[in-house]
Design a protein around this ligand. Structure first.
Ligand code: DAH
Length: 341
């Protein structure tokens, strides 16, 4: 039995001291000290020993157990130390590796143009209002004097969000005329840029979502002369000091009289070319004197106050400015395309 115990001690210590991993150490503990382990197997033979030998062998078995346990603990500490060293080694920072270059973005071309336009209007004393894209039909149509049978109200043209047709995605930023008049003290000078939605198929010049900039001035004694003067000043800041403009009569339900503003084609100087589709003129916005009914709908007395309003499409300005031929490019947000602006 003595030899058996000695053999166990020798083989256990040898294998423990040469282990490389914690899991291996654990299986050695089971192999030697476990319930079905080698040491236990030897101890089971104790019954066959003489009374004098039993304590001697018992003592020896305990010594072997203690030695094996100590060896396992020592080896475990060594392995942990090694693992820590390896981890530290792996995590060292190599300060000589060149840094990663951070790509710095820039303004989207839509915002470049929008910010310029905002700056022009702020310079003229306008405030900038933000408005809801999910809107009541009251604000998008009814209070803007849009007849019940107006084609823009068709379910095929407008995204309605409930079945009774009372809630919709706004089709124009003109809703902000009403919201401004209902909430702002007079006089009002405001622009309100934002997204609008229409059921249009996507192509080079159409998108079911696009951007408009609404503008409105309400004060005592505002005339068509103020409309023309203000819009001429703005358009010349956008398109250049020598831009030639014209105002054409038009119809909008919420303005009377109404007009569209054109600029003379800067490409051909008014002769006619592909850019202006042979017209010599390019339409830039719709405008007009705020309809007395609209003023009254917002609790403003049209005999005391008058005003003008206008709405322009932002995409058209952006495509023209950056010579982009397809609106989809502006919305796809492929950085390889946007990088060039
Ligand atoms: N809301 C019009 C549209 O979407 C644009 C417009 C025209 C706005 C005339 C106005 C205006 O404020 O006076 O086509």
């Amino acid at each position: 039995m003595k030899e058996q115990l000695e053999a166990i001690r020798k083989s256990a210590l040898e294998s423990i001291n040469s282990t490389e991993a914690g899991a291996e150490l654990e299986s050695l503990r089971v192999k030697y000290l476990g319930k079905k382990g080698e040491l236990t197997a030897v101890l089971k033979q104790m019954g066959s020993l003489s009374a004098e030998m039993r304590p001697v062998m018992g003592q020896m078995a305990n010594d072997v157990r203690a030695a094996v346990e100590t060896a396992i603990e020592k080896q475990s500490a060594i392995l942990q130390e090694k693992a820590l060293e390896a981890k530290l080694e792996a995590e060292t920072v190599d300060v000589t590796i060149p840094g990663k270059k951070l790509e710095i973005g820039h303004k989207h071309p839509m915002y470049t143009v929008l910010d310029e336009i905002k700056a022009i209007f702020i310079g003229l004393g306008f405030e900038i209002l933000d408005g809801p894209e999910v809107e009541l039909d009251d604000y998008n149509f009814t209070k803007l004097n849009t007849p019940e049978d107006h084609p823009a109200r068709e379910w095929s043209d407008t995204f309605y969000l409930n079945e009774n047709g009372k809630i919709l995605l706004r089709t124009q930023t003109s809703n902000m005329q009403i919201r401004a008049m209902e909430t702002r003290p007079l006089p009002i000078r405001m622009i309100s840029p934002g997204r609008v939605y229409r059921k249009d198929e996507v192509d080079a010049t159409h998108s079911p979502m696009f951007h408009q900039i609404e503008g409105m001035v309400i004060d005592k004694g505002i005339t068509m002369g103020d409309l023309k003067g203000t819009l001429n000043a703005v358009i010349r800041q956008i398109y250049g000091e020598n831009t030639v403009t014209r105002f054409r009569p038009h119809h909008f339900p919420f303005t009377e009289p109404s007009c569209e503003m054109d600029i003379q084609c800067h490409k051909c100087g008014g002769v006619g070319c592909p850019t202006c589709k042979g017209e010599g003129w390019i339409e830039v916005l719709g405008a007009g004197m705020v309809h007395p009914k609209v003023l009254r709908n917002c609790g403003i007395d049209p005999d005391v106050y008058s005003g003008f309003a206008f709405g322009m499409g932002l995409e058209r300005l952006v495509l023209g400015r950056f010579k982009i031929s397809d609106m989809r490019l502006v919305f796809e947000n492929d950085v390889r395309f946007l990088n060039q602006f």
